[in-house]
Design a protein around this ligand. Structure first.
Ligand code: SF4
Ligand code: SF4
Ligand code: SF4
Length: 255
């Protein structure tokens, strides 16, 4: 078990404990600890400065903190903490223990844009006072309401599960609006001159075997350039772990 897996297991247990508490005690709101509350509640009536502190203050704070963190360290939250990401990794591992295949990069690129549309639609809904429409589709909110059934949220959960069986981190790659937000934060960070930590491939040591790309959970073409520039990289380090030439792939701040 790697260090990352230990973190993932820990946060999965924490998330399940919180969920159980919310379901059984029923007094706390799941919005309070969800970082995506920055979109659901953090912008009201188009004014990003009106933070609805009474509704989801900790969630909004976490959302902002993780966005700032991603400017420096990339999407480590996705690789180490987020239980939805961990769940999808486990699911895929269960069904695909031996064979691995990736979809073509052009298809990956096109499909990965869907999450920005979802984020955009969410913004419009929140600003126009219809945030509840999106919230009804939220998988976390649906789980927190068990045993009551939230049909629209269950549809989202089914998409996560069915997609995740066929493609690793299907939801993360194509649909997660919080991933879109973290990606935008990374781009903004770069515009402000923040040098993010990135995956680096030592071109002299690399044999171009492509194993790193084959095992990348985000289907990134790792063996294309020296640095992985893609904001989709979650800094999981699997490419480095799978590379047969130890020490070829490292995590570094770009010079
Ligand atoms: S992309 Fe979304 S669901 Fe996936 S790990 Fe990141 S925040 Fe979680
Ligand atoms: S797995 Fe290692 S040697 Fe193979 S292409 Fe990737 S970096 Fe190069
Ligand atoms: S490029 Fe490497 S660190 Fe980034 S997501 Fe892919 S396997 Fe993980």
């Amino acid at each position: 078990m790697s260090k990352r897996n230990i973190f993932q297991a820990f946060f999965l247990v924490v998330a399940l404990a919180i969920l159980t508490f919310v379901i059984t005690v029923g007094k706390a709101s799941i919005h309070n600890i969800c970082p995506y509350a920055i979109v659901c509640f953090g912008i009201l009536k188009g004014n990003i400065l009106i933070l609805s502190l009474g509704l989801a203050s900790l969630g909004i704070f976490l959302g902002i903190l993780l966005m700032v963190m991603s400017m420096f360290w990339g999407r480590v939250f996705c690789a180490y903490v987020c239980p939805i990401g961990t769940f999808q990794e486990l699911l895929f591992m269960f069904f695909h223990r031996r064979k691995r295949r990736q979809i073509p990069y052009y298809a990956e690129h096109k499909l990965s844009k869907i999450k920005y549309w979802i984020l955009g639609i969410n913004f419009v809904l929140v600003v126009s006072g219809f945030a509840w429409i999106y919230i009804n589709f939220c998988p976390i909110y649906a789980l927190s309401r068990l045993p009551a059934l939230a049909p629209l949220g269950i549809i989202t959960i089914m998409i996560i599960v069915i997609g995740g069986v066929f493609m690793e981190r299907f939801w993360c790659r194509f649909l997660c609006p919080y991933a879109a937000l973290l990606n935008i934060a990374q781009v903004l960070g770069a515009l402000f001159g923040i040098r993010r930590r990135k995956i680096r491939r030592n071109l002299e040591r690399c044999t171009d075997c492509g194993i790193c790309s084959l095992y990348c959970p985000m289907n990134i073409n790792v063996n294309r350039d020296e640095y992985v520039e893609s904001v989709e990289c979650i800094m999981c380090g699997r490419c480095a772990k799978k590379c047969p030439k130890t020490g070829t792939i490292t995590i570094e701040r770009e010079p």
